[in-house]
Design a protein around this ligand. Structure first.
Ligand SMILES: [Zn+2]
Length: 176
């Protein structure tokens, strides 16, 4: 789900669960957790996701409840899985290219980490994320790929297991 759709979704869901005596508002500290819980839902499925949430939960759902419903929509998108034919050192075949951005409220000097999709085939599994070339410079992408190649390009077979674990842990961090 893109940020724009998510904001609209949140405001609709807050309105739905609000009463005149008890307005519902997701706390700014919790909003990121809610976003993480449902970013796997495609924009085109946002309406269906909303309908399901309001029909299943009588009271405002917890993050874990959101995640449970959102997971169903993830299965849908996984039906067409794009797989790299050549190994991509830019994203290590995860399709994910993390990037940093600062100047955001409330901590303007703090660098926040975001994710973008790689330009390779695996990146197509995340069509809702911004394309890495739009948020990271070409030079940085080349640097990333070179560094990964240096680290993993000539990996020995006994190190492969450890490298796989590293990538699996990294992917888990993004809830994928
Ligand atoms: Zn890639």
């Amino acid at each position: 789900m893109t940020n724009k759709t998510f904001k609209e979704f949140v405001s609709r869901i807050e309105t739905y669960y609000s009463t005149s005596s008890n307005p519902v508002r997701i706390d700014e500290w919790a909003i990121k957790e809610y976003y993480n819980a449902c970013f796997c839902v495609f924009d085109k499925d946002a309406k269906a996701f909303y309908s399901e949430i309001v029909s299943v939960f009588k009271f405002f759902p917890k993050v874990s409840e959101f995640r449970e419903v959102a997971e169903k929509y993830r299965d849908k998108q996984n039906k067409t899985r794009h797989i790299n034919t050549e190994f991509c050192y830019c994203c290590m075949n995860t399709g994910i290219v993390p990037y940093f951005k600062k100047g955001l409220k409330p901590f303007l000097e703090h660098e926040y980490e975001f994710v973008s999709r790689c330009y390779c085939e695996s990146g197509k599994n995340r069509p809702d994320w911004p394309l890495c070339t739009a948020v990271v410079t070409q030079g940085e992408l080349e640097w990333k790929a070179r560094e990964n190649y240096k680290k993993f390009g000539n990996i020995k077979s006994e190190e492969k297991h450890r490298a796989k674990e590293y990538v699996t842990t990294f992917i888990k961090g993004f809830g994928i």
